[in-house]
Design a binder for this molecule. Structure first.
Ligand SMILES: [Zn+2]
Length: 68
């Protein structure tokens, strides 16, 4: 993961609320691990974190559609 933002600011590890788009729907997650720039506020997510969100979103989607 990056240590420095493109603007030159330092990144800080934080937990944020994230709206995640997956399979035509929005999913809301609390306390998603991210790195936020202290200077410009840009938010970075690791590939692993985004992958985890995809998996959870898929599971929720399956539940919504119904159990077969
Ligand atoms: Zn920045």
């Amino acid at each position: 993961m990056k240590i420095e933002c493109e603007c030159g600011g330092t990144l800080h590890k934080v937990n944020v609320r994230k709206r995640h788009y997956r399979g035509g729907s929005f999913f809301y997650f609390e306390r998603v691990e991210a790195e936020v720039c202290g200077k410009c506020g840009e938010c970075y997510y690791s590939a692993e974190t985004l992958h985890q969100l995809d998996l959870v979103a898929d599971a929720q989607q399956a539940t919504r559609v119904g159990k077969s």
